[in-house]
Design a protein around this ligand. Structure first.
Ligand code: NAD
Length: 256
């Protein structure tokens, strides 16, 4: 029987790579994103390769859209094995300059959305006696970073939510885990480094060497494919007794 995975924020970045990994490993995938054009492009590319996937536009800050995502996925595939709450964004500002509505919005995207997704998928997974909830947290969910009050609060909260989901799903074959990446080698992170390089009038490599790598014992960005592999394992049968955990993949950043 083919397993079905829903991935939020999968039109680009980490979500897209996870979706491709799941497809390549026999899953049917429900792509979902606020970006309708990106979503269509992503599923068309995968369909052309012969993979089984659908795209459902969903803004995870809207409860009705999350409900619709779960019910449409269910209507199409008849079961949901994996939900990956991945959609997220960043805003950096000191607390006194951080707009309160921006703070609330970020909590909504990265914490409330995961709660709502879990809420609507839980009855289905309980009924199946199988489910995997994977929450994309961050090392910002484990340690503090100045300037990231909303992001840190959301990701710390997400790790707390993961533990409760693990407990409530424990006797139903449902696991819940958080993946906590450090600095991932994505266009977004490369772009931030390029901006910094421009401001300083130096190369991107120099910025990496002087700004980021002194903080990372392994002196490397995290390979996006390794995150997808970890998600695939957490979703697998062999990870059935791993639940409520925060899996840090950060090149040693947080062990110092
Ligand atoms: P990204 O910006 O490349 O991709 C995020 C995706 O989410 C985009 O496709 C975007 O359209 C979508 N999205 C944004 N708002 C949405 C909404 N309201 N509803 C639905 N979709 C929405 O970001 P990424 O780097 O791939 O990050 C993915 C997740 O990984 C996030 O939760 C982020 O916090 C986490 N993370 C990223 C890094 C990193 O270094 N990139 C590190 C740790 C954790």
């Amino acid at each position: 029987m083919k397993k079905i995975a829903i991935i939020t924020g999968s039109a680009g970045g980490i979500g897209l790579i996870i979706a491709k990994k799941f497809l390549a490993n026999g899953y049917s995938v429900v792509f979902s994103d606020i970006n309708k054009e990106g979503l269509e492009k992503a599923i068309n590319e995968e369909k052309q390769k012969g993979f089984d996937c659908i795209g459902i536009k969903c803004d995870v800050t809207k409860e009705e859209e999350i409900k619709n995502l779960i019910s449409q996925a269910m209507e199409h595939y008849g079961r949901i094995d994996v939900l990956i709450n991945n959609a997220g964004l960043q805003h950096v500002a000191n607390i006194e300059d951080f707009p309160t509505d921006k703070f609330e919005f970020m909590i909504k995207i990265m914490l409330t959305a995961a709660f709502m997704g879990t809420k609507y998928v839980f009855p289905i997974m309980k009924n199946q006696k199988f489910g995997r909830i994977i929450n994309m947290a961050s090392i910002n969910g484990v340690i503090g970073f100045a300037g990231k009050s909303a992001y840190n609060s959301a990701k710390h909260g997400l790790i707390g939510l993961t533990k409760v989901v693990a407990l409530e799903g424990a006797t139903y074959g449902i696991t819940a885990n958080a993946i906590c990446p450090g600095y991932v080698d994505t266009p977004l992170v490369r772009g931030q480094m390029a901006d910094l390089a421009k401001t300083r009038g130096v190369s991107v490599e120099k910025v990496l060497d002087e700004v980021l790598f002194p903080l990372i014992p392994q002196k490397t960005l995290i390979d996006i494919n390794d995150i997808a592999e970890l998600a695939l394992f957490v979703a697998s049968e062999h990870a059935k007794n791993i639940t409520g955990q925060s899996m840090i993949i950060d090149g040693g950043y947080t062990v110092q």
